[in-house]
Design a protein around this ligand. Structure first.
Ligand code: MN
Ligand code: MN
Length: 314
């Protein structure tokens, strides 16, 4: 069992707000030797220049607001840091001026982490980063099942932006479209029917209305049926939560999940063969009282617990 050495300032007498604000005060390093999980920020929001930018500051805000998460999970009754060696890999390099070049640059860097055998938990950034993330994971594992939690389908046609990553990932062969599920879709935002577009690509869509009608345990059951034993990637756009729980996003859509429903859904993924995780679209510029950043930090922590469970249970 490997204990994580935290920031040197995190001594017995160092309160949570002291020291260098890495994610959960984990050691910051690019050394991937024996690392089980690398938490990496991807501070890119050029994909959201279609509306409200600002999620480039997401990784920083998530780290700041992760400091109170010391590790012990009262539901699972373990501290994932006792089971895994976890590092804060810092932020990946990004090309702010070119979305196409950014896709290549991010994919290269993620591939390096994935090839080391470490599981990546990415902190966005806007949702455009999920295409290079999926590409890098599929290069190692082949086409992946995808659990995509979002208010939006993100399978628009047209020029690349944060509303298109999944259509590009499917066309690049990174997604197993037979096992692609979108959860929490809602809102009026498109001139044409975005649902038909997503469905024609093979996505199974659980509209928010269906989710509330059937309840989260049934949502989880349907996700698990769809994914089965396939290797799966989890992408969570924080705007899936209602703006009351996640006001700091680029494209708010009313009538969404509560924070607890998001956690309940993540906990329901226990035991699936999850290859990688991202939490995207935390936008501190539009946040209030760090509501969204705190949620983002806790989502990343729940991912870490899933990773600990999959390393110990499968
Ligand atoms: Mn969204
Ligand atoms: Mn999205």
């Amino acid at each position: 069992m490997i204990r994580n050495s935290r920031d040197p300032s995190a001594t017995e007498y160092a309160p949570a707000y002291a020291g260098i604000p890495t994610f959960m005060r984990l050691p910051a390093t690019h050394d991937l030797a024996d690392v089980d999980v690398a938490v990496a920020g991807i501070p890119y929001d050029g994909g959201s220049s279609t509306f409200r930018t600002g999620s480039r500051m997401g990784p920083r805000a998530i780290r700041e607001n992760s400091l109170l998460i010391e590790g012990y999970h009262p539901r699972y009754r373990f501290n994932p840091l006792d089971l895994l060696r976890v590092v804060d890999y810092g932020d990946l390099e990004v090309k702010v001026a070119s979305i196409e070049e950014n896709i290549e640059l991010v994919a290269e860097q993620v591939s390096r982490i994935v090839e080391s055998g470490a599981t990546v938990i990415s902190l966005g950034g806007d949702h455009s980063i999920t295409f290079p993330l999926l590409k890098a994971h599929a290069d190692r594992y082949g086409p992946l099942a995808v659990i995509h939690v979002d208010a939006h389908t993100d399978t628009e046609e047209g020029y690349y932006n944060h509303g298109t990553p999944f259509v590009d990932a499917i066309r690049a062969g990174a997604v197993d479209a037979e096992a692609y599920v979108q959860v929490g879709i809602r809102g009026a935002w498109d001139p044409e029917d975005p649902i038909a577009g997503a469905e024609s690509l093979g996505a199974e869509i659980m509209m928010i209305d269906d989710c509330f009608e059937m309840g989260i345990p049934m949502v989880v059951r349907r996700i698990r049926q769809k994914v089965g034993t396939k290797r799966v990637y989890v992408s969570l756009d924080v705007d899936a939560a209602d703006p009351a729980y996640a006001p700091g996003v680029s494209t708010p859509a009313v009538g969404g999940f509560t924070s607890y429903e998001i956690l309940q859904m993540i906990r329901g993924l226990r035991g699936l063969r999850i290859a990688g995780y991202d939490v995207v679209e935390v936008n501190p510029q539009y946040d209030h009282g760090a509501i969204t950043s705190v949620l983002g930090a806790n989502i990343a922590y729940e991912f870490l617990c899933l990773a600990a469970l999959s390393r110990t249970e499968t």
